[in-house]
Design a protein around this ligand. Structure first.
Ligand code: PHE
Length: 498
């Protein structure tokens, strides 16, 4: 990479400062900010044009107490001076008074004066032995009085040995500073031999044109290989995308979409589906019952009567029924629909004549503990076919076709049970990723107990199952909650056309 003008200036500044200098000085000389300098220095060092070294500088500086001693003199110095004034011999108390020392200072002063052999005590009397005019300690303190001083400077004056003592006495602190030293390499020196590079400009400004400076600058080339900024345009939620796909498939297969209320009477959610009123699925742990309003309206008495009789003794359906007393109150209770079969059966009651090919993709609710497999609010895919002469093979064919269009090639059917179908099936698809068969939907042919009270005289194929599991299989998601967490990074990262 060729040198940029500012880099050239930086190398030049180091050269002018003697080939190696502290970063701050280089920044000043080159006329760039320290932060800019340091980032340029990294890049220059990577290219072998300079070396960045760290140097630790130790500074000695006076403490509060040190400054006071500079003003007043060391306690032992004050002691000796007072002792001299008292004729070289005196009681410590008198020396203390003369020198104006506190008790504490007297103790310090006596300790040091004796240790330095400036004085000694004989029978309670302090006697002067003699002291030099100025000790190296005092010299160092004096020097430090003008401000923090580089330890090297002190060493140059032969004062390094007193620093430990002064530090121990709490008169100075040693602080460390890390400095960055920039040093030109041979290659750096060589690079400086080329003339200062021409300024490179990335934008043509009016100023450049008017001043004519455009003739002398170099225009930066576009880097057409640079990665573009990722764009995140609005898009459908992945669950919604699958819903759209499912709609397309059903429409292609000749179905019409229907919708029904989220809040249903137990009548449509259960009773019309020949589900006994004491069926465990109706209990509170599965079904959300509404507190307010708690009851809805039942359809006409003819239908209600037929359903009631069917539950009680089978009515004219050829069945013996469940053999209990059917309660209209129980049937009036409002629930959050637990399956979309409530919607297809309602539709069937209004459209009992063939052909009826309808589907719905909509929300249902169950009082489930939410975990990686379960949600309390989720989607079901539901469909029915009422037509002349249709049967189990048509049902399996329709489902197989549906899954194939969704991308699942291997479909299997197992016998199953629902109160409203006979025969009943469970359909499964093979997931090569999971290496297992996944249950997708329940299906069957509506029992006479279900269709006769509605006045339906031809077979009705019915199926229904979860949507989210399909979405999870398609997207490789292991936790159902992920679908609704609105993690932007996940949502954005999903391919638009999987
Ligand atoms: N309603 C059933 C369920 O929620 C599925 C189903 C629909 C079964 C239609 C048979 C016929 O699991």
């Amino acid at each position: 990479m060729a040198l940029r003008p500012r880099e050239w200036d930086i190398l030049k500044a180091i050269e002018e400062l003697g080939g190696s200098a502290e970063a701050r000085a280089v920044a000043e000389r080159a006329g760039v900010r320290l932060s800019t300098l340091m980032s340029d220095a990294v890049s220059l060092a990577q290219r072998g044009l300079l070396l960045v070294r760290e140097e630790v500088v130790r500074w000695a500086e006076l403490t509060e107490e040190g400054r006071r001693y500079v003003r007043e003199g060391l306690p032992e110095r004050r002691l000796i001076e007072a002792l001299e004034e008292l004729g070289g011999e005196a009681r410590p108390g008198d020396v203390k008074a003369r020198a104006g020392l506190s008790d504490e200072e007297l103790a310090i002063a006596l300790g040091w004066a004796r240790r330095k052999r400036w004085a000694h005590i004989e029978e309670g009397v302090l006697k002067l032995l003699g002291a030099p005019d100025k000790t190296p300690e005092e010299e160092a303190l004096e020097l430090l009085a003008s401000g923090p001083t580089n330890v090297r400077e002190l060493a140059r004056r032969g004062l390094q040995n007193v620093l430990p003592v002064l530090r121990k006495r709490g008169l100075i602190d040693i602080v460390e500073e890390t400095r960055k030293i920039l040093e030109l390499t041979e290659e750096g020196r060589r690079a400086l031999q080329a003339p200062r590079p021409v300024e490179e400009v990335s934008q043509l400004t009016p100023e450049l044109i008017i001043s004519g400076r455009w003739r002398h600058v170099r225009f930066k080339r576009f880097n057409i290989g640079a990665p573009g900024r990722p764009a995140y345009p609005g898009r459908l939620h992945p669950v919604q995308e699958v819903i759209e796909e499912i709609r397309e498939i059903f429409l292609e297969m000749g179905f019409e979409e229907i919708r029904g209320p989220l809040v249903e009477t137990a009548f449509w959610n259960f009773d019309a589906l020949f589900t006994p009123q004491d069926h465990p699925a109706r209990e509170m742990h599965d079904t959300f019952y509404l507190a307010e309003p708690a009851e809805g309206e039942l359809p006409g008495p003819e239908l209600v009567g037929a359903v009631a009789k069917t539950h009680e003794d089978g009515w004219r359906t050829g069945s013996t029924g469940w053999g209990y007393k059917w309660s209209p109150e129980e049937a009036r209770r409002l629930v959050m629909r637990t399956h979309t079969t409530a919607t297809t059966i309602r539709y069937l009651a209004e459209h009992p004549e063939p052909p009826v090919w309808v589907f719905s993709v909509d929300r249902v609710y169950r009082n489930e503990r939410v975990d990686y497999k379960h949600l309390a609010e989720f989607y079901q895919i539901e469909g029915i076919v009422l037509d002349v002469g249709v049967g189990l093979r048509d049902l399996m064919g329709i489902l197989a076709e549906f899954y194939k269009k969704l991308g699942f090639e291997s479909v299997r059917f197992w016998p199953s049970y629902f109160p409203y179908t006979e025969p009943s099936l469970q359909s499964t698809v093979y997931s090569p990723e999971l290496g297992s068969w996944i249950e997708l939907c329940g299906a069957g042919i509506f029992r006479p107990e279900v269709v006769r009270p509605l006045g339906v005289k031809h077979p009705v194929l019915a199926w229904g199952g979860g949507l989210e599991r399909l979405v999870m299989l398609k997207l490789g998601v292991k936790d159902i909650r992920k679908l609704y967490r609105n993690e932007l990074s996940w949502l954005r990262g999903l391919p638009i056309c999987p």
